[in-house]
Design a protein around this ligand. Structure first.
Ligand SMILES: [Zn+2]
Length: 321
């Protein structure tokens, strides 16, 4: 998948920046029947070999997130089982459990416990709202599932939607309500709170101060200011690296523009500029450089960078126990 441009970029921009070990707090593992990320199934060994393109030979462990499309819900349980099996390849791995809003707590608890999952994954495409990109959080993460996580001490990986992400008050109010009412539930806002347009974080994060069970994963967001806003407003202790494999292995990047954002991929017709032919690199490498720049701008120390790439995840996912 990677090109000479990727390797050169990795060696120049990423290798000197990365700490000695990596915890990937948001990443996927799948079979094509669950979701057609690729034609082949991807297991722990495939994941490990893909990660060498981002992390060299640094030890890398992960929290695996199962995923199923709207048309393949028949595979929901199998997708959860697949993620759990890959998690079992190493004791430092974790996984969560993919839920639909209508799933009841007894069923979730029975299967998540059986599989050793310690959190939930919800997704907006499961909401009844049309379009689901504008769904309220409650439409794909109902309160009874949040209560279950509180009772079990589980985390939730939440990719918020709506045009303005955290700049939307309904999102902020729901996050505050869930976090305050269910303090043992740990809420992770994916993609640096989906601030692919960082202005949305600058507007919304000040309203989320003081929540000790609110976390962020960086997953594939390529805008330095999105991460930097979290470090400065809420603290780097809330923040975890996540590469969002397989998104990490497309070529291109997310790009904030106007009050929104674009995703540029290899086949987007933008790479032939007046002055040069631009060779897009892996999203995962662009993402890591955005983290490097955020850490540099906020003057994070080496120890604080290790927090982002390991220690914060170790705390949230109880890696020591
Ligand atoms: Zn993801």
């Amino acid at each position: 998948m990677n090109s000479p441009h990727d390797l050169e970029f990795y060696e120049r921009e990423i290798d000197p920046f990365l700490p000695d070990r990596i915890y990937d707090a948001h990443t996927h593992i799948w079979k094509p029947e669950f979701y057609s990320f690729s034609e082949q199934a991807v297991d722990w060994n495939d994941y490990q070999s893909a990660m060498t393109e981002l992390h060299g030979n640094r030890p890398t462990y992960a929290m695996f997130i199962p995923f199923v499309g709207k048309d393949s819900l028949a595979y929901q349980l199998e997708a959860n089982e697949w993620a759990a099996q890959q998690k079992d390849a190493h004791q430092l791995n974790r996984c969560n459990f993919f839920v639909k809003p209508e799933d009841d707590c007894d069923w979730i608890l029975e299967h998540a416990t059986r599989l050793g999952a310690t959190g939930l994954k919800c997704y907006h495409t499961m909401a009844k709202t049309k379009p689901t990109w504008e769904a309220d959080i409650q439409a794909f993460l109902p309160e009874h599932q949040v209560r279950l996580c509180h009772e079990q001490g589980w985390f939730i990986t939440l990719h918020i939607v709506k045009k303005e992400a955290l700049a939307n008050d309904a999102n902020v109010e729901c996050i505050r309500y869930y976090c305050e009412k269910y303090p043992q539930m740990q809420l992770i806002l994916a993609h640096s709170a989906r601030a692919f347009q960082p202005a949305h974080n600058l507007r919304g994060l000040p309203k989320l101060k003081g929540l000790s069970n609110l976390w962020f994963d960086s997953s594939a967001n390529c805008e330095p200011m999105a991460h930097q806003a979290i470090f400065r407003i809420l603290g780097h202790e809330r923040f975890m690296y996540g590469c969002d494999y397989p998104v990490s292995h497309f070529h291109g990047r997310s790009l904030g523009t106007a009050d929104s954002f674009l995703w540029l991929y290899e086949d987007s017709p933008v790479w032939g500029e007046k002055h040069a032919q631009v060779n897009p690199v892996l999203v995962g490498l662009e993402h890591l450089r955005s983290l490097k720049w955020a850490c540099w701008s906020e003057k994070l120390t080496d120890n604080q960078i290790e927090d982002i790439f390991w220690n914060n995840a170790a705390q949230l996912f109880h890696l020591e126990s």
